[in-house]
Write a protein that binds this ligand. Structure first.
Ligand code: NIG
Ligand code: FE
Length: 418
């Protein structure tokens, strides 16, 4: 039966709306006590109080899920990951614990470039197999849509293979995968000092085929000192936009006053991501425009760096999204409960703001706020049921995964055995 009725949710969190929430709006998450949802096929039909929806339905026509004592909320959108790659870099983590920095490891030929050879050596089947396992782990945390980036091949064939792997996973795994081209993820040694030519190679030799085959919707770049400067990044983004890509930027992660957020906002990017060192001007431009401020606290945690100023961003009117940044180097984690804990405890965000950042604002960061990220009639039926009666249990049950059931496109995709 493709008709499901979830009723008597202690707390139904709707996050209602079809666009990103800025500033104070991030606290308005539309909680319905004793809430209920009607789902038909893959769509949400109606949302309201159980007493109201009970009037509207004939119970025997519906597959009923009694959600008493539980919280029901939109599926999480992890809007920034690098989950397709070959090999591991556990040695780098150990070096960092001993005082090495992410950038000094990168300068010595480690970091992103160290993942290139194992990724080039991985077959499509291998990338799909490891990617599938990672998607399974995401689903357990209530993630129903994920964004994934290429960027560990930096040549025509491997970049395309990474995107093909994500396409295959999108078609065969319950978690929806949004694909981003990140060819300019670092500068390979053979292109050092020839950054503009490296970008031209990608823009001319790789990206037209990716667009023609619909392999990626977004284009991204690592704008950072020692990687791509603001001028080269702006050049790449403008040409990518003209080719039909939507834009994202790795901005202001490490170097202060680098101007990444400003450049991303001026380029009309959907999101600027990381932002640990975002300037006041960058924050102002993101708040004024439509560029989502995506913060990635698991990366700051793993790199032992100060967290992005999310409180200041929200108070300045930005639309903040939270994402994992799962990748083989700076952050091998996709742990949503840890994001919640860091958001609430170290970034001074309320749990309501954290939920908005993981749902509707994450959806907006991948240009899907009209389809996912909230419990509104007509949207895709992607929902999470928590074992406990309120979202307040999420930071309180620190880093414990409370996800009980995940419903994807109207079907149960995951059920926890407690
Ligand atoms: O978002 N900062 C650039 N890129 C990734 C790290 C990728 C890696 O280290 O493999 C990030 O943190
Ligand atoms: Fe990243």
């Amino acid at each position: 039966m493709s008709k499901t009725y979830i009723r008597h949710a202690s707390e139904l969190v709707t996050c209602r709306g079809k666009k990103a929430k800025h500033g104070k709006e991030m606290s308005e998450i539309g909680i319905i006590k004793d809430g209920a949802v009607l789902i038909e096929k893959d769509k949400i039909l109606q949302v309201g109080r159980t007493a109201e929806l009970d009037q509207a339905v004939n119970l025997q026509d519906w597959e009923v899920i009694e959600a008493e004592g539980k919280t029901v909320l939109p599926g999480f959108v992890d809007s920034h990951t690098h989950f397709i790659f070959g090999g591991y870099r556990a040695d780098e983590f150990t070096w960092r614990l001993q005082g090495d920095s992410y950038m000094s490891i990168m300068e010595r030929g480690g970091g992103i470039n160290a993942t290139v050879t194992p990724t080039r050596n991985a077959s499509l089947e291998e990338l799909v197999a490891s990617g599938r396992e990672r998607l399974n782990r995401m689903l357990e945390f209530g993630v129903t849509t994920v964004e994934g980036k290429s960027g560990y091949g930096m040549d025509h064939d491997t970049e395309i293979r990474m995107l093909e792997a994500m396409k295959q996973l999108d078609e065969t795994h319950p978690v929806d995968v949004v694909r981003t081209y990140l060819g300019p993820h670092s500068v390979l040694p053979e292109w050092k000092g020839k950054e503009r030519a490296f970008l031209d190679y990608q823009l001319n030799e790789v990206m037209p085929e990716i667009r023609a085959r619909g392999l990626a919707e977004f284009a991204d770049i690592f704008t950072e000192k020692g990687v791509f400067d603001v001028n080269d990044s702006a050049y790449y983004l403008e040409r990518a936009k003209n080719m039909g890509f939507k834009l994202k930027v790795h901005a202001d992660e490490i170097t202060p006053n680098f101007g990444g957020a400003e450049m991303a906002a001026r380029a009309g990017a959907f999101s600027a991501d990381h932002l640990l060192k975002a300037s006041d001007e960058g924050i102002r431009l993101m708040a004024e425009g439509n560029t989502i401020s995506t913060v990635l606290p698991l990366t700051a945690f793993c790199l032992k760096e100060p967290y992005a100023p999310a409180r200041k961003m929200i108070d300045s009117g930005c639309a903040v999204a939270l994402a994992s940044d799962l990748n083989p180097g700076s952050c091998f984690s996709n742990n949503i409960p840890l994001i919640v804990a860091l958001g609430c405890i170290y970034m001074d965000m309320s749990i309501e703001e954290v939920i908005t950042a993981l749902t509707i604002n994450g959806a907006a960061a991948v240009d899907r706020a009209d389809r996912i990220g909230s419990l509104d009639p007509g949207k895709q039926a992607d929902l999470v049921l928590l074992k406990f009666p309120s979202i307040r249990y999420m930071p309180y049950h620190t880093t414990i995964n409370l996800v009980d059931t995940v419903i994807k496109k109207g079907k149960i995709a995951y059920k926890k055995v407690w």
